[in-house]
Design a protein around this ligand. Structure first.
Ligand SMILES: Nc1ncnc2c1ncn2[C@@H]1O[C@H](COP(=O)(O)OP(=O)(O)OP(=O)(O)O)[C@@H](O)[C@H]1O
Ligand SMILES: [Mg+2]
Length: 327
């Protein structure tokens, strides 16, 4: 693995991130591209949110002793925002997903037997600290809090001691720690996310929080048009607006939980919306590409009564063109 050096490449916010209303002379500090570093590939159709970009960049520039917590609902865009910002800045990332099975060795590393020899493999945190990368810990609030105490000292800028190798890893100046989760760190207060833990106070107190809401309608229109340029030609000029409208209704129902007649176990996220749009284009020569695509991308995973409810919403939006309730 290779170590990062100086962030001396200037990345223009307007040109590099496509933020059209940014002043033409605003630049962010990135690294020169280096194929040997684990720089995320990035999504060519990613649309950046100016507010999130500004806050993430501010953290990357000057983390002090904080870590960054991206909080938001399922599929809102927490992980992808970090990966895509890092990609544009050529900032290397080591990412891992937390769960109730996550062990401290996933962070620090472990010894394996390879061809009769013992070999120590660094965990994600140790790698990021040693080489100066972003450590991205997705779903951090799914990890039992007691396993996260290793992070307290690290956030205070103290070195990480690896018992197995007796190595002391001093945090590199480019090391950053970013986490994501559905909660804001205080446990799930919505009832939507079971299995979410509250962070220990000591850790909760060291975070900066960015709330990531579902993507703005206008941004989502842009995402669909950019990722599926043939969509409007196949289904008409208003298809994007209608699909996004349906997605937003499902999100409202999901977030209302049991307060609505037909609660939804999962919303149509930006991820599934893009999947749906892609399938509509793939199925352009079938009788009903919109319905077939939606079934495969979303509704067939739902319970029958939820499927019916979505079908009714779609009929309300598309009228007879949707074609009866047989979902
Ligand atoms: N601004 C955006 N531009 C383009 N695509 C986006 C954008 N935001 C989200 N997406 C799409 O939505 C997908 C889901 O986003 P992401 O994985 O970041 O969500 P998440 O909040 O981390 O979800 P989870 O709770 O499942 O971890 C992305 O892979 C991407 O396809
Ligand atoms: Mg995620």
């Amino acid at each position: 693995m290779k170590t990062t050096t100086e962030r001396n490449k200037a990345v223009n916010v307007r040109k590099g991130f496509g933020i059209e209303d940014a002043k033409s002379d605003v630049y962010l500090a990135g690294f020169e591209f280096d194929a040997e570093l684990p720089i995320p590939a990035g999504d060519e159709h990613y649309v950046f949110d100016r507010r999130i970009l500004r806050k993430v960049n501010n953290f990357l520039d000057n983390p002090r002793k904080d870590f960054l917590w991206m909080a938001g609902d399922a599929g809102a865009g927490k992980t992808s925002s970090i990966l895509n910002i890092a990609s544009k800045l050529n900032y290397p990332v080591v990412a891992t997903n937390g769960s109730e099975d996550t062990m401290v060795s996933d962070f620090i590393g472990k010894t394996d037997l390879v061809n009769g020899n013992t070999v120590f493999t660094y965990g994600a945190l140790a790698k990021a600290m040693k080489y100066g990368y972003i450590f991205l810990l997705n779903e951090m609030d799914r990890i039992p809090p007691g396993r996260l105490t290793v992070l307290h000292d690290v956030l205070d800028g103290l070195p990480l001691h690896i018992d197995e190798t007796s190595e002391t890893v001093v945090p590199h100046k480019n090391f950053r720690f970013i986490a994501s989760g559905n909660s804001c760190g205080n446990g799930d207060d919505t009832g939507l996310y079971q299995g979410v833990f509250a962070l220990e106070m000591a850790l909760n107190d060291r975070k900066r929080l960015i709330r990531v809401p579902y993507v703005d309608k206008e941004i989502e229109h842009k995402i669909l048009r950019a990722s599926e340029p043939d969509l409007e030609q196949c289904e008409g000029a208003d298809v994007v607006e209608k699909m996004v409208r349906l997605a937003n209704i499902t999100r409202d129902r999901f977030l209302s939980g049991s307060d609505v007649d037909q609660p939804l176990s999962m919303p149509l996220t930006t991820r599934s919306l893009r999947k749906w749009a892609g399938l509509v284009v793939d199925y352009a020569d079938t009788d009903n590409p919109l319905r077939e695509g939606l079934e495969e991308a979303y509704t067939d995973s739902l319970k029958p009564e939820q499927r019916m409810a979505i079908n009714e919403i779609a009929e309300g939006i598309w009228g007879d063109a949707w074609g009866g309730n047989s979902l």
